[in-house]
Design a protein around this ligand. Structure first.
Ligand code: NAI
Length: 268
């Protein structure tokens, strides 16, 4: 892997997938610039306190991040059990603001990975409304448009992740002439503090059947981190503008329910 001395910005480094990604990056020699609303004590060479629900806070973080920057992993996220406007700000608006400001500052051939979710697989169904939201680039005006939709609960979470997928595809050509790539990665269920909230809000039945289809367990954060590193690695030069589903095979059940046979449980 080509990460020696590469400077990678990672959001959500205080917990779960973000923390595991920061650790995995350090293990292969990268310099990790971690951003989070909660302090992170481990696995960051530089930590910047940053609230992704606030453009002022993001701008302050951007001011202390120094170049060169060889990669960006947007991992921070919040569940649909929180107020809808906060979910929209953290999962979409903040991710977009940080990314659009950092894209022109990235080195040639840099890679960006935005974490979406298998909850976003229905993005094509809501493409028209998503495109209207994406077309509004002003923070407050975009938030007002979203508030007009009067969404709440898990639907908000799913919609924000659909926006992540579509935004990623649309922005993937912006710096392509310099070899910069932008992809999203959609995990299935992952053992993190967030998953406990998903079990409470999304219901046990769906998550249990996805677990069965994935081989009898949910992913470990390290397994998602490994996939993020694959997407960040310069060797993936031709992977651009796509969404990689990383769910142990559970997605098959969502699309081919009548044909899908549950696999034998994983041996380890
Ligand atoms: P987590 O709750 O363990 O970590 C989320 C991180 O985001 C925390 O460090 C938290 O402090 C940070 N964060 C929250 N609000 C923030 C804000 N306003 N500004 C800056 N940082 C903020 O969750 P997990 O599971 O590691 O989630 C990582 C990503 O993976 C999220 O985007 C989530 O939506 C996505 N995901 C998680 C799945 C799961 O089953 N755990 C499934 C599919 C997607």
């Amino acid at each position: 892997m080509g990460f020696k001395d590469k400077r990678i910005v990672v959001t959500g480094v205080s917990s779960g997938v973000g923390q595991a990604t920061a650790k995995a990056l350090q293990e292969v020699g990268a310099y990790v610039i971690g951003l989070d609303v909660k302090p992170a004590h481990d696995h960051c060479d530089q930590f910047v306190l940053c609230d992704l629900s606030s453009p002022i806070s993001i701008d302050a973080a951007l001011a202390v991040i120094e170049e060169p920057i060889h990669g960006l992993a947007n991992i921070a996220g919040v569940p649909g059990s929180l107020p809808a406007d906060l979910v929209f700000k953290v999962n979409f608006l903040g991710m977009r603001h940080l990314t659009s400001q950092l894209l022109p500052r990235l080195t040639d051939n840099a890679s960006v990975v935005n974490i979406a979710s298998t909850a976003a697989t229905g993005w094509r169904k809501h493409k028209e409304i998503s495109q209207c939201i994406l077309a509004e680039t002003d923070w407050e005006a975009c938030l007002a448009q979203f508030n007009d939709l009067a969404m709440s609960g898990p639907a908000t979470y799913d919609f924000t992740k659909e926006l992540v997928v579509l935004y990623t595809m649309l922005v993937s050509s912006r710096e392509r002439h310099r070899g910069v790539r932008v992809n999203s990665l959609s995990p299935g269920a992952v053992h993190t503090p967030l998953l406990q909230i998903f079990y409470e809000t999304m219901g046990d039945e769906l998550l249990q059947s996805l677990k069965t289809q994935a081989g009898g367990r949910d992913a470990y954060p390290e397994e998602i981190a490994n996939a993020i590193l694959l997407m960040l690695d310069p060797k993936g030069y031709w992977i651009n503008g796509t969404d990689l589903i990383v769910d142990g095979g559970a997605e098959v059940l969502m699309n081919l329910e009548e044909f899908a046979k549950p696999p034998l449980p994983l041996a380890h």
